[in-house]
Write a protein that binds this ligand. Structure first.
Ligand code: HEM
Length: 426
């Protein structure tokens, strides 16, 4: 179906500079709706890219590996993967190549099923330890004291790093995340942190390779697929990626869940307190309503025609998960946050995005070849951390009557969508 024509100067016209403004950072949803309704395939000539915003279009692009790739360079070309990335060589840069498949298949099994279950008691323990540090305070800032502390300590423990080094690991993590932005100074700080972390990891990798060990670092060092293992460089790149992909995202997920339960739907928090399993629904609806990650980048490998528009070969395309998740063609009252929503698949996600209950899932973990490897871990960890906090503190209240809400971070600092601060009182 051809898109509805938008005439210059009329309200539905989109000025691409809107994507860069503070309004979009805070509330992208009005622009998403104009995109979905009037420009489902939007050619942004200012930024030289295309935007896809409807649910089933985002889904279709994710599933179409023949036309959309994540890497803009060829694996066998002269570009050396990892050289310009704050994490070093890592799976995110390898696009749809065989190299991506190899690396993914070596490690993906470590984050699901029994392997994940092995770490569950530790996630309970870390959540309690972090809560103990502030549980006697009348007021506390949830992000600094809780959500930014739990996931990184969990990853550090999973990797089997000495507990005395945890605080150092938290510092590297913060520098790496900031390095993901576009600021030169942040990038340099991120790369310095990465180099320090690599030096720290070198002897550990050497020590654990070839020996049995139940910690994640040993498992990654020794994981083998058809005779192939990760090289020490790849292991270090993967550990750096884990900090951001597994740490910062879950940190922000926990913060967003609490923001919604204290500001958006405090009326539903009582039900959650009575039945902690409902944190699963809070997690799922949070991932739909205002997902931690709103967009993913792709490049076309051939011409693609959608809604009567032709996206040329080698064009940059943004898949707006955040816009697809609010598509009124798929979800009833999409702008309402509802833990009991009946038109959303509430259970654990899967890579195909297709469920037996025939309800659509959220798009917040992507779909297909690059579907989030930590989907089960993020869900488990968020649920455990939130359950412990609610149990330990009774029913915390927001300290401030008015809150600026969830925002994207400034463009020079990296990171994901979340409230910048969340003060709660007991
Ligand atoms: C709520 C928390 C999380 C969110 C919102 C999130 C989001 C995403 C999204 C949208 C993608 C797809 C990328 C694409 O299509 O190009 C992705 C991929 C990935 N995620 Fe997550 N993630 C989360 C937690 C985690 C955790 C806990 C881990 C650690 C195990 C993790 C590891 C990864 C990795 C390694 C990839 C790359 C997969 C590939 O390219 O094959 N994520 N994540």
């Amino acid at each position: 179906m051809a898109e509805a024509a938008a005439k210059p100067g009329l309200p539905n016209e989109i000025d691409p500079r809107e994507f860069d403004g503070p309004n979009f950072q805070k509330n992208p949803f009005d622009l998403y709706k104009r995109l979905r309704d009037h420009h489902p395939i939007f050619h942004d000539r200012f930024h030289n890219r295309w935007a896809v915003s409807r649910y089933w279009d985002v889904d279709a692009c994710f599933q179409d590996n023949q036309s959309f790739d994540r890497a803009m360079y060829k694996p066998d070309g002269p570009y050396k993967f990892g050289t310009n990335h704050v994490f070093g060589p890592n799976i995110l840069e390898y696009g749809n190549s065989d190299e991506h498949r190899r690396l993914r298949n070596i490690v993906a099994g470590q984050f699901v099923g029994q392997k994940l279950d092995d770490f569950i008691p530790m996630i309970h323990q870390i959540s309690d330890e972090v809560i103990d540090r502030f549980k006697d305070k009348k007021s506390f800032e949830l992000i600094r004291e809780f959500s930014s502390q739990v996931p990184i300590r969990v990853i550090s423990n999973m990797l089997g790093l000495p507990r005395k080094d945890e605080d150092m690991f938290v510092e590297w993590y913060q520098a790496l995340i900031a390095g993901l932005g576009f600021g030169g100074e942040h990038l340099m700080r991120g790369i310095r942190a990465r180099n320090q972390m690599w030096e720290y990891l070198d002897p550990l990798i050497a020590e654990r390779t070839g020996k049995d060990g139940e910690d994640l670092l040993s498992r990654i060092c020794n994981a083998e697929l058809a005779g192939s293992r990760m090289t020490p460089e790849e292991i270090k790149g993967f550990v750096a990626l884990l900090l951001a992909a597994g740490g910062d995202t879950t940190d922000k997920a926990i913060a967003n869940m609490w923001y919604h339960m204290t500001y958006t739907r405090p009326d539903q928090l009582d039900a959650v307190a009575k039945d902690p399993d409902l944190w699963q629904n809070v997690f799922t609806e949070m991932m739909r309503y205002d997902a931690v990650v709103h967009m993913q980048f792709r490049y076309t490998t051939r011409e693609v025609e959608m809604h009567g528009r032709v996206i040329p070969e080698r064009a940059g395309v943004i898949l707006y998960l955040g816009a697809g998740n609010r598509d009124e063609r798929v979800f009833k009252n999409p702008d309402t946050f509802d833990v009991f929503r009946e038109d959303l698949h509430m259970g654990r996600e899967n890579r195909s995005g297709r469920y037996k209950d025939s309800k659509p899932g959220h798009l917040g973990f992507g779909i297909g070849q690059h579907f989030c490897m930590g989907y089960a871990m993020a869900r488990q960890e968020s649920q455990i951390a939130c359950t412990h906090l609610l149990e330990a503190l009774g029913r915390p209240q927001p300290r401030d009557a008015v809150h600026p809400g969830i925002t994207s971070p400034s463009i020079d600092s990296g990171g994901f969508r979340a409230p910048q601060e969340l003060w709660l009182t007991r």
